[in-house]
Design a protein. Structure first.
Lengths: 548, 296
C-alpha cells in the first residue's frame, strides 16, 4: 500500500432514519484521512458529526439509523459491507475510539490492568507475561504516574484526566491505523484538556496514527487539527487545511461559526453606573461534613471539607462580576450559598446592605426577589408540565401581583428576551435550548431583581446560540441596570461579559480584580496557567488571523 | 461492484430484522386491544348484572342442588341450589369494586404521604421506618388480621386490602419526588418564594403521575386477587354474597362432581387480572420516557 492512500476514505455516505418517513441525517458526506494526520469534524449539535464516526465504527443504533448508500473505506476495505464478526476484529486492531465520558466507557468493577489485558487477550496470542509488559508499556506511554499501582487500580480511584489517559492507552494498545476521538476532552477541565490534547498529538506523531477528531470547540480545533471539516445539518460545508479554513473561510456558515467564538481579549472597561453595592459578600465559608451534634463528647470534632473558604467580593449596580474556576473550585457552591439554596457555615451576604446569610426562610422572603438565578441546563430549569406563562407569573404572584398584571408583564418580558408573545401559552418542549434559556432569563427578570446569578448559563449551548444569549445578558443589563454574577469555567466567555473577574481554586480566591487586569496581566501563577492552557489561544477568531 | 453488493446484501439482513421490529411493535397493540376489550366486557357485566343475571344469585333452592348445565341454569347450580351463572355475573361487581376502590384508596393515602416523605427529611425518617415495618408483614396476613378485628363488609375489606398496599405507593412517589426536587425548576421555584405546598402541588406531584398510573393498575389487580383469596379462605365477605372467591370456596368440596363450580369464577378472575396487568404494561410502555425516546 502506498503512503498516498488514505487510511479512511468516506465516500458520499448517506445515513437515514429508519422511520416510515426516512429523514437524511447525513447527506452524501465525503472526507478522507491520511496516516499521521488529524482531521477535525467540527459542528454544532445536530450537525451529524457523531453519526459520521459511529457509522465508521459500525455502531449506528440498529432500528433507528442506517447507512443507505456510500462507502466507508478503511485501508480500502468497505466497512459498510463488513460482517459483524469482521467489524469486531477491525475495532480495536485497526481502528479504535475514545469517548467523551471515560467513566462510562470503563467497567467499574474491573481493575484498569485487567481491562487493558482483555483487549490484548481478545486480539492477540501473546502470553500473560508479554501482555502485562505491553500493558505497562502502554500506561507508560500515556504518562501515567506510578504505573504498577495504576495497573491494579479501579476506575473510580482515578481522576477524569487519568481515566481518559487509560482510554487512550486502551485505544492505542493494538496500534490501530485510525483513532476516532469523539469530544474526548469536553468533560475535562481546561488544564487536563490541554494535557490530553498534547498526549494525543504526541502519540500520533510517534505511531503515525490517523486521527478523526470530533469537537464542537473551535479552540480545540486550532490546537489539534491538521485539516478541518465544518459540518452543518448533515452536510460538509467546508473542508481544508486548518490555517486556510480559519484564515480565509469560503462559506458564510464557517465565517459565522468563527466569529461567534468569544475572544480571549477582555472587553474594554465600562464606566461605573453608580456607587451602590447591590451585593456584598464577606468571608463567606461553606464547610461540608462538620458534625452538628450537640452530644459529641467523646468524639473528636471532625474537620470537614471546605468547599468555599473565606471568599469576599462585592458587586456594584449594573456591573458584571465573573467567577472563574475549574470544576471543584467551589464556584457553584459559592453561587448556591449566595442564593441561600444551601446554608453557608460562615460569613455575610449583604443584598442592598441587608445581611441574608443567617436569615430564617420566612425572614428571607422579602429579599428573595432581589436576587434571582439562571441555571446551566435549559432542559431542566423549566417545569415541563406547565406553560411558559405560568412559569413566568409564578414569582410575581407569590409577591402579591394580580394575575392580569403579571401576565401583561410576562408578555413584555418575552418580547424583551426576543421571543414572540404567543410563546406564553406554549410548553417548554416546544422551544430549543437557546430559547429556553431566554425564557429562564425572563423568569428571573420577572422578579425585578437587582442581581442575577448566572451559573454556567451558556455552557450547555452551541457557540452561535451562546453568542446570542451573551448579547442578551449585555442588552438587559444596559436597559434595566441589573447586576450580574456570572459563574463560568470558560475564560473566553468571562472575557466577553465581565467587568471584574474573581478566580477561584480549591474554594479560595486566587485573584480578584478588573477583567482587563486579571485576564490581561494576571498576577497569580494559577491564573496565568489557566490562560496559557485555554484552547485556541494562538488564534484570533474574530480577525481570522493568528493572535498577536 | 460494491454498490451492487450493497443493494443485495443489506435488505436481506435488514428484512428479518425489520420483521422482528415490526412484530415487537405490533404485539403490544393487539394484546392491549384484547385486554381492553376483555376488561370492558367484565365491567359491563358488573354494571348490568341485574339485567344479565337470569335469577336472584342468593335464592336458595334445596330441590335443585348441584344440577348440571341446562336452559334454566346456564352453568348449573351449586350445593345450595343457587344459580351459578347469576352468581358469577354478580361476583364481578364485588371484584371490580374492590379493585378500583383499593387502587383509589392507596393513592389517596399513599400519594400525600409519599410527597411529604420525599420533601421533608424529618417526616421521611419516621414515616419510611413505619412503612418498612408494614412491608415486613405479609399482605394477606395483615388483611386477615384487620378483617378479624371488625366484621367483614365491603368497606372494612377494602381498607384491610389497602393498608398493606400503601407502602409501595409511598416508596414510589417518594423516589420520584427525591429525583424531581433536585431539578433546577424546583430550585427556581424556591428562589421565587413559592410556598412549599404550591411546590408540592404544582411542581412535584404532576411529575409522579406517569409511574403512579402504572403502579395503580398493579395494585388494582393485586387487590382483586387478595379479595378472592380472603373469600376463599373464608375470612372475606359473608358466603351468601356472591364473590368469585366465595363461589370457588363453596365449590371446592364438590369440585370433582362439578368442575364448573370452580372453573367459571377462576377463569373470569384470571382474565380480569391478566387484562388489567396487560393494560398496565401498555401504559408503562407509552409513559416511559426512555421507550418514547427510542421510538421518536
Amino acid at each position: 500500500m502506498s503512503t498516498q492512500d488514505p487510511v479512511l476514505h468516506v465516500d458520499a455516505l448517506v445515513v437515514e432514519t429508519t422511520d416510515k418517513t426516512p429523514k437524511q441525517i447525513l447527506k452524501a458526506v465525503s472526507f478522507e484521512i491520511h496516516a499521521g494526520e488529524t482531521l477535525c469534524l467540527v459542528g454544532e449539535s445536530g450537525s451529524g458529526k457523531s453519526v459520521s464516526s459511529l457509522t465508521t465504527l459500525g455502531l449506528l443504533p440498529p432500528g433507528s439509523l442506517r447507512a443507505t448508500s456510500g462507502r466507508v473505506l478503511l485501508d480500502g476495505e468497505d466497512l459498510l459491507q463488513a460482517t459483524p464478526k469482521r467489524l469486531i476484529e477491525l475495532r480495536g486492531s485497526r481502528m479504535a475510539m475514545i469517548f467523551q465520558e471515560p467513566m462510562t466507557a470503563l467497567n467499574p468493577v474491573l481493575t484498569v490492568g485487567k481491562q487493558l489485558d482483555e483487549v490484548l487477550a481478545c486480539h492477540t496470542q501473546a502470553s500473560g507475561a508479554e501482555r502485562r509488559a505491553q500493558v505497562l508499556d502502554a500506561l507508560e506511554q500515556v504518562h501515567l504516574p506510578d504505573i504498577q499501582r495504576m495497573y491494579t487500580s479501579y476506575p473510580h480511584q482515578l481522576s477524569g484526566g487519568q481515566r481518559q489517559r487509560i482510554m487512550i492507552a486502551m485505544a492505542l494498545l493494538l496500534k490501530p491505523r485510525l483513532l476516532i476521538a469523539d469530544e474526548p476532552t469536553t468533560a475535562l477541565d481546561v488544564t487536563t484538556q490541554h494535557q490530553i490534547l498534547k498526549l494525543i498529538r504526541e502519540l500520533q506523531e510517534k505511531h503515525g496514527t490517523a486521527v478523526l477528531f470530533i469537537t464542537h470547540d473551535m479552540g480545540v480545533v486550532v490546537d489539534i487539527a491538521d485539516r478541518v471539516c465544518v459540518m452543518n445539518t448533515g452536510v460538509i460545508v467546508e473542508q481544508g487545511p486548518v490555517n486556510q479554513v480559519l484564515s480565509s473561510p469560503r462559506e458564510a456558515y464557517t465565517r459565522r461559526l468563527l466569529t461567534a467564538v468569544p475572544s480571549l481579549t477582555p472587553r474594554p472597561p465600562r464606566p461605573e453606573r453608580g456607587p451602590r453595592r447591590v451585593l456584598d459578600v464577606a468571608e463567606l465559608a461553606k464547610e461540608y461534613g462538620v458534625s452538628k451534634r450537640l452530644f459529641n463528647g467523646w468524639r473528636k470534632p471532625r474537620t470537614g471539607t471546605r468547599a468555599v473558604n473565606d471568599v469576599s467580593f462585592h458587586l456594584l449596580e449594573g456591573r458584571t462580576l465573573g467567577i472563574v474556576g475549574e470544576s471543584g473550585s467551589g464556584k457553584s457552591t459559592l453561587a448556591r450559598c449566595v442564593m441561600r439554596l444551601i446554608d453557608p457555615t460562615g460569613g455575610t451576604i449583604r443584598i442592598n446592605g441587608q445581611d441574608i446569610a443567617d436569615l430564617h426562610p420566612r425572614g428571607l422572603k422579602p429579599h428573595r426577589g432581589r436576587i434571582q438565578m439562571v441555571f446551566q441546563d435549559p432542559y431542566r430549569s423549566l417545569n415541563p408540565r406547565i406553560t411558559i406563562g405560568q412559569s413566568l407569573i409564578e414569582g410575581p404572584m407569590n409577591y402579591g401581583k394580580p394575575r392580569r398584571e403579571a401576565l401583561a408583564q410576562a408578555e413584555e418580558l418575552l418580547q424583551l428576551v426576543g421571543l414572540p408573545p404567543d410563546a406564553i401559552d406554549r410548553f417548554p418542549h416546544q422551544f430549543s435550548g437557546g430559547q429556553r434559556q431566554r425564557i429562564a432569563i425572563a423568569r428571573a427578570l420577572a422578579m425585578e431583581p437587582d442581581v442575577i446569578v448566572a451559573d454556567e448559563a451558556v455552557s450547555a449551548l452551541d457557540v452561535s446560540v451562546q453568542a446570542q444569549v451573551l448579547a442578551l445578558f449585555d442588552d438587559i443589563q444596559k436597559r434595566l441596570g441589573v447586576s450580574i454574577l456570572f459563574i463560568t469555567h470558560d475564560l473566553r466567555v468571562a472575557a466577553q461579559i465581565c467587568d471584574d473577574v474573581l478566580v477561584m481554586q480549591r474554594g479560595q480566591v486566587v485573584e480578584y480584580g478588573p477583567a482587563q487586569q486579571v485576564l490581561g496581566h494576571p498576577q497569580a501563577s494559577y491564573t496565568r496557567q489557566l490562560i496559557a492552557v485555554a484552547p485556541g489561544r494562538s488564534w484570533n477568531f474574530a480577525a481570522f488571523a493568528p493572535a498577536s | 461492484m460494491p454498490t451492487h453488493l450493497h443493494t443485495q446484501e443489506l435488505p436481506a439482513r435488514y428484512s428479518l430484522h425489520g420483521l422482528v421490529t415490526r412484530l415487537l411493535r405490533l404485539r403490544p397493540r393487539t394484546t392491549t386491544l384484547i385486554a381492553a376489550t376483555t376488561l370492558l366486557l367484565i365491567v359491563l357485566m358488573a354494571l348490568f348484572a341485574p339485567l344479565i343475571a337470569t335469577q336472584d344469585p342468593t335464592a336458595l333452592s334445596p330441590t335443585s342442588r348441584l344440577e348440571s348445565m341446562s336452559a334454566a341454569h346456564w352453568l348449573g347450580t351449586d350445593a345450595y341450589g343457587r344459580d351459578l351463572f347469576s352468581r358469577v355475573v354478580y361476583g364481578a361487581q364485588v371484584s371490580l369494586a374492590v379493585g378500583v376502590g383499593v387502587a383509589f384508596l392507596t393513592v389517596l393515602i399513599g400519594l400525600p404521604l409519599g410527597l411529604l416523605a420525599g420533601y421533608f427529611r424529618a417526616i421521611d425518617a419516621v414515616l419510611m421506618r413505619f412503612m418498612d415495618g408494614l412491608m415486613a408483614i405479609p399482605g394477606i396476613l395483615a388483611a386477615i388480621a384487620i378483617v378479624s378485628l371488625t366484621s367483614a363488609n365491603l368497606w372494612t375489606l377494602m381498607i384491610a386490602i389497602t393498608v398493606p398496599e400503601i407502602p409501595q405507593i409511598v416508596r414510589l412517589v417518594r423516589s420520584q419526588v427525591l429525583a424531581t426536587r433536585e431539578e433546577a425548576f424546583v430550585e427556581a421555584a424556591v428562589l421565587m418564594s413559592t410556598p412549599t405546598r404550591t411546590i408540592l402541588w404544582r411542581h412535584l406531584m404532576p411529575n409522579t403521575f406517569a409511574p403512579l398510573i402504572v403502579q395503580c393498575t398493579y395494585v388494582c389487580a393485586a387487590a382483586i386477587l387478595t379479595e378472592a383469596t380472603l373469600s376463599f379462605l373464608g375470612v372475606g365477605l359473608s358466603s351468601e354474597i356472591p364473590t368469585w372467591g366465595n363461589i370457588m370456596s363453596d365449590g371446592r368440596t364438590y369440585f370433582q362432581l362439578q368442575p364448573s363450580l370452580i372453573f367459571c369464577a377462576g377463569l373470569l378472575l384470571s382474565l380480569c387480572i391478566l387484562s388489567i396487568n396487560l393494560l398496565g404494561d401498555a401504559a408503562r410502555d407509552s409513559l416511559d420516557p426512555v421507550m418514547k425516546r427510542k421510538e421518536g
